[in-house]
Design a protein around this ligand. Structure first.
Ligand code: PMP
Length: 403
């Protein structure tokens, strides 16, 4: 059957999302691999009540086909929210509800990318975005990150050499996989570059509410004067991923194109879930819920940062996330994080993480790894990091013997 498949779906070329989380059944297993939210923090009872409210209010009509753009109350609540926290002035008509942030990435790629079109991504990049973009067969340009976000000098250099770049994908807040946040100045400068070189920015920001040091910075979209920034976020990390609800904010031609591909993809959003989320937001204070989340996740982040300093060898470098779920660790250039994981760290220490390779469009970086602390209690983080630190010290001393 393979001869009948589209090139984009060739199963011989593995998806960036494939085989990420090796399963370890040992009692001692501690996994820093999945970036899942902590389900003990899910507001299940309040959401159950919200589903009941939504059904009581609308009855059978709730389950009927509705409009392609989806629940108007929820879209208004989201327009208000991005105004309050991101300083973006927009309307409910500019909000598109999506099946998680993931569908938002797919819709933007579908609306913009012909095969061979040029796409800039900051690297390392969110694996799911690469998996979505890969299907549209773009020509990638990798732009490195620095400690305060995308390297704008490297980006401008790339734009000068490749002026046909159409789209730039960025995760400006508590980036997956590095935890890095883009400075406000860079957000402004990035929009200026987009205006100058005529490209679209996809600002993907599911973690922006999960800051442990300060309130969210202004969204990149707040500096957009030409309708060339698409803001994308999600309820997955601040409520529950099982709701499969994300949203994007777009303007003008981009909005029209996204609505067109959206309609062809799935006709309309999941109105039942969206009505329930709208009822939840009416009956509950989402900001209060988020404050509770950040208190928990901050403790987990603190445990991770403490463990990195206490147990990791001095030859490795790591980021210091001010929010979100992730830390990025860079090993000496001759160590391969994937090989180490398979051959020693998982079998001997029962620790897992995600190696760097999948976070690069050309799969060409091997000496780094992503650690996630979102699903682990501080004690488990400490115990796991001690074991991982010992393994890394042994690996480094084996390749760099002290003479
Ligand atoms: N973007 C980023 C940066 C993510 O980390 C994730 C989930 N891990 C998503 C988008 C998609 O999440 P969802 O579809 O659950 O909203």
């Amino acid at each position: 059957m393979k001869n009948l498949l589209a090139t984009r779906a060739n199963p011989d070329v593995s998806s960036a999302l494939a085989g990420l989380f090796p399963h370890d059944t040992s009692d001692q297993a501690i996994s820093f691999a999945p970036g899942s939210p902590n389900q003990q923090l899910f507001p299940v009872a309040a959401m159950q009540a919200a589903f009941n409210t939504a059904i009581d209010q609308a009855g059978a009509g709730l389950f009927q086909y509705q409009t392609a753009q989806g629940n108007a109350t929820l879209r208004q609540q989201l327009a208000d929210r991005i105004h309050k926290w991101g300083q973006v002035t927009t309307t409910a008509d500019n909000v598109v509800l999506t099946v998680g942030g993931q569908q938002g990435i797919d819709l933007v790629a579908k609306a913009l990318l012909n095969p061979g079109d040029e796409l800039a991504v900051e690297t390392p990049a969110y694996i799911g975005a690469l998996a979505a973009f890969d299907l549209y067969q773009p020509r990638y340009h990798a732009v490195p990150l620095t400690t305060d976000g995308i390297d704008l000098n490297a980006l401008e250099d790339t734009l000068r050499r490749h002026p046909k770049i159409k789209l730039l994908y960025t995760v400006p807040d508590y980036h997956n996989p590095t935890g890095i946040t883009m400075s406000t100045t860079k957000r402004q400068q990035l929009v200026a570059l987009a205006n100058q070189y005529d490209f679209v920015i996809l600002e993907d920001t599911p973690y922006r509410d999960l800051g442990y040091e300060h309130a969210p910075l202004p969204a990149i979209k707040s500096f957009d004067t030409q309708g060339r920034v698409i803001f994308l976020s999600s309820f997955s990390k601040i409520l529950m991923p099982g709701l499969r609800t994300g949203w994007l904010v777009a303007d003008g031609d981009l909005l029209a194109a996204i609505l067109k591909v959206r309609l062809a993809s799935d006709l309309e959003a999941n109105n039942v879930v969206h009505a329930a989320i709208a009822a939840y937001l009416t009956a509950n204070d989402l900001d209060e819920h988020i404050q509770n989340l950040t208190q928990h996740y901050r403790r987990q982040r603190d445990a991770m940062v403490h463990a990195l300093a206490a147990y990791f060898p001095e030859e490795v470098q790591y980021t210091r996330p001010a929010g979100g779920f992730f830390d990025w660790v860079t090993l000496p250039a001759d160590l391969d994080a994937g090989e180490l994981l398979t051959h020693t760290i998982q079998p001997q220490a029962h620790i897992t993480y995600v190696p760097a390779t999948n976070f690069y469009p050309n799969r060409d970086v091997h000496n780094a790894l992503r650690l996630s602390y979102s699903g682990l209690a501080p004690q488990a983080i400490d115990a796991g990091m001690r074991r991982l630190g010992d393994e890394l010290k042994a690996a480094i001393h084996a390749t760099h013997p002290v003479v």
